[in-house]
Design a protein. Structure first.
Lengths: 98, 98
DNA sequence: TATATTAATGCACAAATGTGCATATGCGGG
DNA sequence: CCCGCATATGCACATTTGTGCATTAATATA
């Protein structure tokens, strides 16, 4: 599987895409935060994070009970602009507005 | 379905991605040419072209027995850079070299 | 009209994908 | 050592996706 297909397939799923939007702030986010933010179950979110990790888009770090995910710090220029072009295509989905 | 997911999903399939690479030259290509170039069956290629058309990435034109597909002339800046970033990620697949 | 060429589509089906439920694992605090 | 919280994973399953085969549709030419 080529690099581009791997990246595109990882992004072409609504939940994962929204995760990337969140992680794109460069900060760390644990799975439980993402579950809550996107209204997804724990196992569901965990698997999506595994997909994104396998695609090389994110990295994780154990921190006590938590696993902190963040945008991979070593993304190529092409991948970065691919992701950013995709993010630019639509406005963020409405979050639970308080 | 959001605009970005539609585009990403259309691109995240190897055959379609290679079609886009070919059509990215801006010229017209009929289905039979694409079948041959990528070694895919007629029905298979026809359906992929329908996907790409539905995603808005390509347009088609009847010309006698042929249907000529070409890169959509009205792609937004974001879509264009998304596609080009993806294409830049890997070298073209080897074609039947003569 | 009959035939050939090119493309689209109905039907079937195998494979891949996303998800829930239950359980296991990793880690910290009593 | 046992319990609780956070995360990962095995299993099952419904849905989606990609593809082939056969047929239909559109167009051209004899």
């Amino acid at each position: 599987m080529t690099q581009s297909i791997k990246i595109l397939a990882a992004l072409a799923e609504p939940t994962r895409f929204e995760v990337i939007r969140i992680l794109w702030d460069g900060r760390e986010h644990c799975v439980c935060e993402l579950m809550e933010a996107l209204g997804k179950s724990q196992s569901c979110m965990s698997r999506h994070m595994t997909s994104l990790k396998n695609a090389g888009l994110v990295v994780d770090r154990r921190d006590a009970q938590w696993v902190r995910y963040r945008r991979s710090p070593e993304l190529s220029k092409a991948i970065t602009s691919l992701v950013e072009a995709a993010l630019a295509l639509d406005k963020p989905l409405k979050r639970k507005s308080a």
